[in-house]
Design a protein around this ligand. Sequence first.
Ligand SMILES: [Zn+2]
Length: 273
Amino acid sequence: MPELPEMEHYRSRLSHLLCGQQVTGVVVNREGTINEPAEVFKASLLGRVILFVERRGKHLLFHLDDGYRLHLHLMLGGWMSYGEQAPKKLSQYQVILSFGNGVSLYFGGLRLGYLHRITAKAAIEELKELGPDALDPRLTLEAFRKRLAGKKGKLKTTLTDQRFVSGIGNCYSDEIAFDANVFPAAAVSGLKDEEIERIYHSIRNVLTAAIEAGGYMEQPFTSDDTVTGGFNDLCQVYDRGDEPCRVCGTTIQHETITGRKMFYCPTCQPKGA
Ligand SMILES: [Zn+2]
């Protein structure tokens, strides 16, 4: 599932390409992806201008010039591509938005994911449970410590809880724990002060590096895209089970905790540390 770096990568590309563009065409191939009858969705969107694109955690909000928002959550399996021509058959996209400049934005893989047209007030309501964005400058080390205080449960489970901080999922929680040299299933209540500090800085370092590398999405965003997915080869532990740790050579272990895959290096991230 795309996480903060993937969505931030999309946001920055879309902001650059879409702001000020008018919607001139709307195709809905799967009504379950949207939140109203397709005819209403189309009629309401045609002629609207996209003012800007906002990201909150793993969510994107396209701000429209009538005060409405398009709320996108890609969930598991969703992706986007942009250009004059679609890389796959048009029927494979659940929603397609076209713009006056002759290009379209194609939404694929939106089975669990969705694209809802909602009011600004409804957007606030839908996102009110989200914790602070993992890269929000107001999430200082002190604020992070306060949010962790009194928390029960394991580090990975806490980092991926969108009400705790928003934007971190399965991949980056493992990468952050590795970068901080902390066992991902360590009990949060037992973390030492210096471990919390390392985790805090690793959140910033890992997510920022992943944004710069283009995130881990496999589908290119445009036909000449050489950036998207650049982080795939930079993962230290995630999806590298049974491969050697790039730091110490120990075999990367993989387990399942609370239904999630977890990858770690038993030497760099000792359980009892
Ligand atoms: Zn190691």
